[in-house]
Design a protein around this ligand. Structure first.
Ligand code: LLP
Length: 419
């Protein structure tokens, strides 16, 4: 479900013509729909109604402060993986008791900040990290709330770069070693064990891996409890996929129907960490065709958006649907949509059939609301692009397009180079 639809052959974001935003803000530009974001969050909230739970939006998918505020205002929590994300979550008004902190490489400073903030729990990824958190908490005369991230060795059947639950992955603690790690944790007076965390991967389009992984985790929870280790929270991570092309990922209500029976009677508090399934289809990247180019073997549409704006196609060979902002009846042509970056891997779509694109035409790259702007960069010294939030008939710039001034912000020329 999303709110980017054609009306009279023209693409709208909710009630606003996309071309109107492009004209006002320029291109390339990310456009998000308030209604889609909200309804995706509500779908989760409703699906898990009745089960004590917290939905902790994974900020890595989209960390624009306005998007976070929208979610915070509706009761959403946060899954953060850096001091920067913690800062943004708190700034958006997400209460600390709804913030979980994951990531294999938390620094001392980040741990201190999270302890000061009073987050719900750290999702610990190694015994070294456990020791570090314990020592820092002791120094601060605090008890650090923790869960251990276990790796249940389940194949999420997704792209290898975004699959995290297999044995060979760097994430988490092998589930067979979990008991001994929890025993170790129990010996640290400055750690308070709260639960178990797992996250097996992203863009998962079937229920089975979630069920298989959760079964293993619940079994572990029961074993731990029988050893006197308190497990109140089960954090099942994120990972639910979205339709980019013709996938049919389960709806949050199907997920809840499959997993809630497993939780029954366990007296667990459930945490979910969705990112993509809330923000992915709530955003598009709008870009303009600059030039057309014909090689004997191939046609190219050179657009003003590149891999620095949306890296998913280059990095994962990810498919994003591309739609003309204004429909037309021109002849169908197969071409590559390539950006202005000086890299052969700079493309947003390959061998794509579209009605012939003319110079100046606007194109919408769909499903770009998650891992779009957050993974963007200044490569080729391109200012990062603007972000816009649409609500009904109105639209709001929620991040200004960077300027050239931003390209030198913080950099300095040492005296010896000045003349
Ligand atoms: N929780 C943890 C611990 C995670 O590592 C992630 C994603 C999530 C939650 C959210 O997963 P989601 O619901 O969005 O699938 N850049 C890649 C995706 C990387 C995902 C990393 N971890 C992409 O563009 O596909």
């Amino acid at each position: 479900m999303h709110d980017f639809k054609y009306k009279n052959n023209e693409l709208y974001a909710e009630e606003v013509p996309v071309s109107k935003i492009a004209e006002a803000v320029g291109t390339p530009v990310y456009i998000y729909s308030h209604n889609t974001l909200l309804s995706h969050f509500i779908a989760y909230r409703d699906a898990f109604d009745g089960q004590p739970h917290t939905i902790c939006f994974a900020l890595k998918a989209n960390s624009n402060i306005a998007v976070l505020k929208l979610l915070a205002n509706n009761g959403c929590g946060a899954d953060v993986v850096s001091g920067g994300e913690l800062h943004l979550a708190l700034k958006a008004g997400i209460p600390p008791h709804k913030i979980v902190y994951a990531g294999v490489g938390k620094t001392e400073l980040e741990i201190v900040q999270a302890l000061k903030a009073g987050i719900l729990m750290f999702n610990i990824e190694s015994s070294d990290e456990m020791l570090a958190i314990s020592e820092i908490a002791a120094r601060m005369k605090k008890k650090a709330p923790i869960a251990l991230r276990v790796n249940p060795d389940i194949d999420p059947e997704t792209h290898p770069y975004i699959s995290t639950g297999l044995k060979e992955s760097k994430f988490g603690i092998p589930i067979e070693e979990a008991l001994e790690h929890y025993r170790l944790a129990k010996k640290h007076p400055s750690l308070r064990i709260l639960g178990i965390h797992k996250h097996i991967g992203s863009q998962i389009t079937t229920i089975r891996p979630f069920v298989d992984a959760l079964k293993k985790v619940i079994l572990l929870a029961k074993t731990l409890r029988s050893h006197g280790i308190p497990i109140d929270y089960i954090d099942m991570g994120g990972g639910l996929g979205i339709p980019y092309r013709n996938e049919h990922p389960p709806h949050p209500s199907e997920l809840s129907r499959a997993i809630l029976p497993l939780m029954r009677g366990g007296n667990f508090n459930l945490i979910l960490e969705p990112g993509r399934s809330i923000a992915g289809n709530a955003g598009i990247l709008v870009t303009k065709a600059l030039y057309l180019k014909k090689h004997p073997q191939k046609e190219f549409v050179i657009i003003d958006g590149g891999m620095n704006d949306l890296i998913r196609p280059s990095l994962y060979n990810a498919y994003h649907n591309v739609l003309p902002v204004k429909k037309n009846n021109r002849k169908k042509v197969i071409s590559d949509l390539v950006g202005p970056i000086c890299e052969s891997g700079d493309f947003l779509a390959k061998n794509r059939e579209l009605n012939r694109v003319n110079r100046g035409d606007l194109l919408a790259v769909m499903s770009a609301g998650a891992y779009g702007f957050t993974m963007s960069s200044n490569y080729n010294s391109r200012p990062r692009i603007a972000e816009v939030l649409v609500k009904g008939r109105e639209f709001f710039v929620i991040r200004d397009r960077e300027t050239y001034k931003d390209l030198t912000r913080g950099s300095r020329i040492p005296e010896f180079l000045k003349k």
